[in-house]
Design a protein around this ligand. Structure first.
Ligand code: MN
Ligand code: MN
Length: 305
């Protein structure tokens, strides 16, 4: 088990580092997403969730639809969040990169300075979490450490986003790791796998749903009159029963029109759950950094370093 966590962690870390280098002026988001997903599959691992590439004020849960024309421009705050899975053991890791290029064509020097601080703050939050995480500690203490580190930059964490425990074939296994002291007195145990993911922003630190649905997860079997919708549900049950999947994978398999109709019907009937992209309430920029950890007696092992 530990061995598979270490293997998926090493793989996710390498792909994250390689893909980060593609983040520059003019890169199509779909090229980045497809690079990450194909590298995971090429290595023989499985994709634990669609590669998220969330720009600027979008904190999370954006992945490209089939015909995505979204292009990264110099100075954009790009959050790359990916997951690889070996024997069901997941590595979940994210990094924020300010896209290379003629940044001052798009942003003022003051904005550039602020954006660099926002990126540093989530990294400092994660460092503080790493220094705190060990068996026997309450999860709210990790949240407190994250919040304090981000506050030193006079910035806010995202209060309504959390890290999470991981179990075999289960990305969000029930325990939440907050980004502030939320009084949760759940105590971490040796051997537990968790993902910690501080987000930082100069806004209020709340995210709300933005339009569109690009990532889904399977919920329950339901009967459908429309044959093509039934077929899509069978396909999802067969291929994506445990971890989230991309709408793009469905439209590639069934065509854009049929695929999208099925995704809409399945969502409405609660056979699948549609995740909305999450946008900072004041449209302020958001950074994120994330690693996966195994909790040890005296500290933690970072699998995605
Ligand atoms: Mn993640
Ligand atoms: Mn995560």
């Amino acid at each position: 088990m530990i061995d598979s966590y270490l293997k998926s962690g090493k793989l996710a870390s390498k792909i994250r580092n390689d893909a980060s280098k593609m983040i520059k002026d003019g890169t199509l988001v779909i090229d980045l997403v497809e690079y990450v997903e194909s590298e995971i599959l090429k290595s023989g691992a499985e994709i634990a969730f669609p590669c998220n590439v969330s720009l600027n004020e979008i904190a999370a849960h954006y992945t490209s639809p089939a015909d995505d024309k979204t292009t990264i421009k110099a100075g954009d705050m790009v959050k790359l969040d990916l997951g690889a899975m070996i024997d069901g053991y997941i590595a979940d890791t994210a990094v924020t990169v300010i896209a290379d290029g003629n940044i001052d064509e798009n942003y003022t020097q003051d904005e550039i300075n602020l954006h660099e601080e926002i990126v540093e703050a989530s990294a400092a939050g994660l460092d503080a979490a790493i220094a705190t995480a060990r068996a026997g500690i309450e999860v709210s203490k990790i949240g407190q450490a994250v919040h304090e580190a981000i506050s030193e930059y006079k910035l806010n964490p995202i209060f309504n986003l959390t890290g999470h425990s991981l179990e075999q074939n289960n990305l969000h296994a029930g325990i939440s790791i907050p980004n502030y002291d939320n009084n949760d007195d759940y105590i971490l145990e040796e051997g537990q796998a968790i993902a910690i993911e501080p987000f930082a922003t100069n806004g209020k630190g709340i995210v709300n749903d933005a339009p569109g649905h690009y990532i889904f997860s399977y919920m329950a079997n339901k009967p459908f009159r429309m044959k093509s919708t039934q077929r899509v549900l069978k396909h999802i049950q067969h291929n994506h029963k445990y971890v989230p999947f991309s709408g793009r994978w469905i439209t590639e398999e069934f065509g854009i029109r049929k695929g999208n109709i099925a995704l809409k019907q399945l969502s409405e009937a609660m056979a699948i759950y549609p995740y909305a992209p999450l946008r900072e309430k004041q449209d302020c920029f958001v950074s994120q950094k994330e690693h996966t950890f195994i909790i040890e007696k005296e500290g933690c092992t970072i699998t995605t370093l």
